[in-house]
Unconditional design. Structure first.
Length: 330
């Protein structure tokens, strides 16, 4: 098993580290890592902090038509190897993000013009059409449509309903020229990877993000004999180390089923350079960090990038492209 980081025995000077430059939908990114839509990216203050960090992009919390407080508390609990949460889409409403984008683009703390990825998570196709249309006319660079929030009572994850996915894509893919991506739920059967890949191939989808949290899991405290979060009878999305093998499998499967023109962003359990390197081998063009960012703050992006750079240098890889998708079979 790999150790948590591979930097201990080999620490080349930072200037000797390989470039982690990459592209998503032809948009250049200065680094391989940015934040996932999730923790610490809801308010303008949080997004400004991302602007001034080593995150390769500023990714927003998924937004809805109207502002939302989210689900009842307690709705997040840290676990030894990750977390369980049922946040319930707390966000400022899409108009607040629209209004904030020009300021974020000009943020003085940031490399001006750092890429911005907006996440939209409507409760209907018509919500998603309205929001995608609005962001198509904004200074956002990429639009990630969330088909996989597991935490809204009475709203099943779109990505598990293949007919609804197809109808939604028909409606949202022709609204402008900015690249559209999909945030997908984890799949667990090859027939589902194939069905979803075949749907995606019918539309001008530029990237997919795999995976959202593993939805509807239950953690029980045997002392109190109760669930540890309140919403949805204690059912919530599992995040962190627990889900890394699921994320890797989804990235790998889709990288084999989709044309190379559709970029795959990996998410799920990335907290070290080794984790990021594994997603790169599986075929990810970039990765997003959620649970580790929640726990560690913006410092995680620089740390993980340096760890990844050290691993690549030790293996004499000079670029992201040299490793991407190069997983070996035994
Ligand atoms: O806000 C949430 O509860 C949430 C969302 Br939108 C999502 O996409 N995935 C997740 O695990 N939680």
């Amino acid at each position: 098993m790999p150790s948590p980081t591979h930097t201990d025995n080999f620490s080349p000077s930072i200037s000797a580290l390989p470039s982690l430059k990459t592209h998503i939908a032809k948009l250049p990114l200065d680094s391989y890592l940015f934040n996932a839509s999730g923790p610490r990216c809801t308010t303008e203050e949080e997004l400004n902090r991302l602007a001034g960090s080593a995150s390769a992009a500023i990714m927003t919390k998924s937004c809805t038509m109207l502002p939302r407080e989210g689900n009842a508390e307690p709705r997040f609990q840290a676990l030894p190897l990750g977390s369980i949460q049922s946040m319930g889409l707390p966000n400022l409403g899409y108009e607040a993000y629209l209004e904030m984008l020009p300021r974020l683009k000009q943020a003085r703390s940031s490399r001006r013009g750092k890429p911005i990825v907006v996440s939209v998570s409507g409760f209907s196709i018509s919500d998603n059409v309205t929001m995608v249309q609005a962001f198509q006319a904004s200074s956002a660079d990429l639009i990630e449509v969330n088909f996989s929030c597991p935490n809204i009572e009475g709203k099943p994850q779109v990505g598990y309903d293949f007919e609804q996915t197809e109808r939604a894509l028909e409606a949202i893919c022709q609204l402008g020229s900015k690249p559209i991506g999909l945030k997908l739920p984890p799949y667990f059967d090859f027939s589902h990877f194939i069905t979803m890949a075949n749907i995606i191939k019918k539309f001008p989808v530029s990237f997919i993000t795999c995976i959202n949290s593993v939805g509807n899991t239950l953690v029980i405290d045997p002392e109190t004999e109760s669930a540890i979060i309140k919403p949805k009878g204690g059912f919530g999305g599992l995040c962190g180390d627990y889900i890394k093998p699921i994320g890797l499998a989804n990235v790998r499967a889709f990288s084999q089923l989709l044309p190379s023109s559709i970029d795959i962003i990996g998410v799920g359990g990335i907290k070290t350079g080794t984790d990021a390197f594994e997603y790169l081998l599986a075929g990810a063009s970039a990765v997003q960090v959620a649970t580790c960012f929640e726990k560690e703050g913006v410092e995680c992006f620089d740390r993980i990038a340096k760890e990844l750079g050290c691993i690549m240098a030790a293996k004499q890889y000079s670029s992201i492209a040299a490793v991407k998708g190069k997983l070996k079979m035994i």
